[in-house]
Design a protein around this ligand. Structure first.
Ligand SMILES: [Cu+2]
Length: 218
């Protein structure tokens, strides 16, 4: 199983785009060539108008193979997204007009998603009112939040930093502002934060400042 859904999604996307671009070029160039070479002035009478079995088989087989590759790449990505590793940490996220709330297994509740580095995270996705869609573009994962049921997705935070969480399903007036962040913290810092009941903004700020500094230095 591929551990990185993001890499798998990108590979599928690049493959489909590359095939599309190559096909577009082949069709467009051939079309332009035929328009010039075989127009009525230069070539008033068509000569070769019967079928050609060989090229018909070729132009059926090649697209069939390409489409099957696309199908299996997409399907294995879908299966990967559906099957969270058994050691994943489960965090419940609830969409509500117009914010996300995160509930951890120990009862902690936040409006920003804090996760430890290198720990697979399984999100249990719920909605308290209307349909939303939980979307973390950086990890290439998205899943609907539907009232009355729980959906799942998982991701693997393999680098420190913070990234956007968006709502990807129009859910009312403030939909466009329904953003949050996922913050990936060093393991020790995360567990400090996780196990502390008092205000721990200092710890969080610290990991954020480090990241912001390293970004600014680049
Ligand atoms: Cu929403």
């Amino acid at each position: 199983m591929n551990s990185s859904i993001a890499q798998q999604t990108d590979a599928t996307f690049i493959f489909i785009t590359a095939v599309s671009v190559v096909l577009l070029l082949i069709v467009t160039i051939t079309m332009i060539y035929f328009v010039i070479r075989y127009n009525k002035k230069r070539h008033p009478v068509a000569e070769q108008i019967s079928g050609n079995t060989t090229i018909e088989v070729i132009w059926t087989l090649i697209p069939f193979v390409l489409v099957m590759i696309m199908f299996f790449m997409s399907y294995s990505g879908f299966k990967n997204l559906r099957n969270a590793p058994s050691d994943a940490m489960t965090i419940t996220v609830t969409g509500k007009m117009w914010k996300w709330t995160f509930d951890y297994e120990n009862g902690k509740q936040t409006d920003t998603l804090y996760v430890p580095l290198n720990k697979p995270i399984k999100m249990a996705i719920k909605s308290a009112d209307v349909n939303h869609s939980f979307f973390i573009p950086h990890y290439r994962v998205k899943e609907d939040a539907i009232p009355g049921r729980t959906n799942y997705l998982w991701f693997n935070p393999i680098e420190l930093g913070y990234w956007d969480i968006a709502c990807a399903e129009y859910c009312g007036l403030q939909h466009a502002y329904m953003y949050s962040k996922v913050i990936v913290m060093p393991e020790a810092k995360f567990w400090d934060w996780y196990n502390t009941k008092t205000d721990t903004t200092a710890i969080v700020k610290d990991s954020l400042t480090t990241k912001v500094d390293s970004i600014q230095k680049k």
